[in-house]
Design a binder for this molecule. Structure first.
Ligand code: APR
Length: 232
């Protein structure tokens, strides 16, 4: 097991115990807001103020949130495991980094701003407003650096390379309802990886996994990491 490469996909469930809402659980974000209004380019074009207020509220909440034992356990694994440990996150909350881990953000980050005109990126202010000027091209085209529905997730090439070369693939806190992330388990399994799902409940993709750890991430993730490190 020592030199094994591990790839871990995380979703909103890993941050639930840090007080950040998930999307599809009871009362989740998609029960409070229509995706087409706040998480699509068309929604942003139609009502940029509404979209900015949605992300401003989440940006403030994420800035005030603390990583939980699950984020900390993955950071420990990344630090103490002799092989490569790659975290690919669908989350935009920055909690992996706050726990001291490095993560590939396939859906962007709340802490980032993007110019819709020239593609320039810069650190987002806590509150963005319609007409935010781009520091590079000065166009009033600043938007949250978040991948919206209908847009292409970031870093897909390097993620595919990691999935094709990993020995162990884990998924933490995701419902498996949004592709391409929901297909990562098949890509990893096809390349020979052992796969494990760590989640509060069964997901849409549970049957694709070899192994399952059902429970809150703050409990099942530290236990799983302890088991891996004890196997060295
Ligand atoms: N511990 C572990 N898992 C949990 C916990 C918890 N404390 N609380 C909830 N979960 C699980 C739920 O059972 C569910 O399977 O986390 C999952 C959350 O699913 P979603 O709300 O659909 O979030 P996610 O899978 O990350 O959504 C994927 O959809 O809307 C887009 O871009 C958005 O990145 C997001 C993507």
């Amino acid at each position: 097991m020592a030199a094994e490469k591990i790839v871990i996909l995380t979703g909103a469930g890993i941050s639930a115990e840090s007080g950040l809402g998930t999307f599809r659980d009871e009362g989740g974000l998609w029960a409070q807001h229509r995706i087409e209004d706040v998480a699509t380019p068309e929604g942003f074009a139609r009502n940029p103020a509404l979209v900015h207020s949605f992300y401003n509220a989440r940006r403030v909440q994420a800035a005030e949130a603390a990583p939980n034992a699950a984020h900390e356990a993955l950071a420990r694994l990344q630090r103490d495991w002799p092989g490569e440990v790659v975290i690919v996150t669908q989350n935009v909350d920055g909690l992996h980094e706050k726990a001291g881990a490095r993560a590939i953000h396939m859906h962007g980050e709340l802490a980032g701003a993007l110019c819709a005109a020239c593609g320039q990126r810069w650190p987002a202010p806590m509150e963005m407003a319609p007409g935010t000027a781009c520091p590079a091209c000065t166009a009033p085209a600043g938007r949250p650096d978040i991948v919206w529905f209908g847009e292409i997730p970031y870093h897909m090439e390097i993620i595919a390379e990691h999935l094709q070369s990993c020995d162990l693939f884990a998924s933490v806190g995701t419902s498996g309802q949004v592709y391409p992330a929901a297909g990562f388990v098949q890509e990893a399994a096809y390349s020979g990886a052992h796969t494990v799902e760590l989640n509060l409940a069964d997901s849409d993709i549970s049957r694709a996994f070899d192994d399952h750890r059902i429970g809150p991430a703050s409990e099942v993730v530290p236990a799983w990491v302890a088991e891996l490190l004890a196997s060295l």
